[in-house]
Design a binder for this molecule. Structure first.
Ligand code: PGA
Length: 288
């Protein structure tokens, strides 16, 4: 993406104390394509793991984070990225889909990440869509997150309707882990993973918007032009329960990593690219 010439980096440096402005912010990072987006996001997670070997990671499923997981596996295999002290909490799971069903999020996480890294099985938590008492399960899930010290960094995708987790439009912005009814759009979008649309569960257990906002850092990813509208509404639109990803605007420490197609409807992308270049420059100079 070309920068407008008015966004050239000025010759005089901004004093270091302003680095804090970049460190605590909503950073919109625009990468060329899916592979670059995935590498960048994996780098952010790896930095977290290296600086805190017992970090608590919030994880997500779907097509978008697959490249990030592949990159984390590569770093584990070739760069000694160590998950032995890491604890994880997944965002969501389908209701009443057995964990061994090939499309359950339990299966997804095992196949695409957990089997290939050295995370300890007892340190992994995924909502239990089979729990007899879902209300009680959800309360305990919240408690487990709290007892773990909270989530250090929460990975998020975004639905075409602007959802994070399965917090569909209209979800309370203060919601906690609970059972949610999926929208028709989400059911249709997820039908690609199942033999037919009739097999897609209509309910899911998901962390709430409030649960997600409780994480210390958020890392939202989006790739492809079919996400461009949701990304624009989330980043540049009003904060609204109709686009639950818009709550990112209320959180003090957010990375949004996009590919160029997902960023294509943002009206201020040249500015985001400029801010990012400045942040990288200051971080490099400050050695952070
Ligand atoms: P996707 O799903 O990564 O498969 O596009 C994102 C989401 O629905 O949160």
């Amino acid at each position: 993406m070309e920068l407008d010439s008015s966004f050239d980096i000025p010759p005089s440096s901004i004093p270091y104390y302003r680095v804090a402005e970049f460190a605590s912010n909503l950073r919109v990072i625009i990468e060329k394509d899916y592979a670059a987006m995935s590498r960048r996001a994996a780098g952010i997670i790896a930095k977290e793991i290296r600086s805190k070997p017992n970090a608590v990671l919030g994880l997500a499923t779907g097509s978008t984070p697959l490249g990030v997981y592949q990159e984390l596996i590569r770093m584990h295999e070739t760069e000694n990225l160590d998950f032995s002290g890491i604890r994880t909490f997944n965002l969501d799971e389908y209701y009443r889909l057995r964990p061994d069903h090939p499309e359950s999020y339990h299966s997804f996480m095992s196949k695409n990440l957990f089997e290939k890294i050295n995370v300890k099985p007892e340190n992994v938590s995924i909502p239990d869509g089979m729990a007899t008492d879902i209300g009680l399960f959800c309360e305990n899930y919240e408690k487990r997150i709290k007892d773990a010290g909270g989530i250090d960094i929460q990975l998020l995708g975004i639905g075409r309707d602007g959802h994070i987790g399965f917090n569909e439009p209209g979800s309370s912005l203060g919601s906690r882990t609970r059972l949610k009814t999926l929208t028709e759009e989400t059911i249709r979008d997820n039908a690609r993973f199942f033999d037919n649309e009739g097999e897609v569960p209509h309910f899911a257990v998901t962390m709430g918007v409030g649960t997600i906002l409780g994480a210390k850092k958020l890392l939202m990813l989006a790739s492809g032009s079919n996400k461009a509208r949701a990304v624009r509404d989330a980043i540049e639109g009003p904060v609204s329960a109709q686009v639950t990803a818009s709550v990112l605007q209320l959180h003090p420490n957010v990375f949004v990593v996009l590919d160029e197609e997902a960023a294509s409807m943002l009206s201020r992308s040249a500015y985001y690219v400029y801010v990012e270049r400045m942040a990288e420059k200051f971080e490099a100079e400050a050695g952070t």
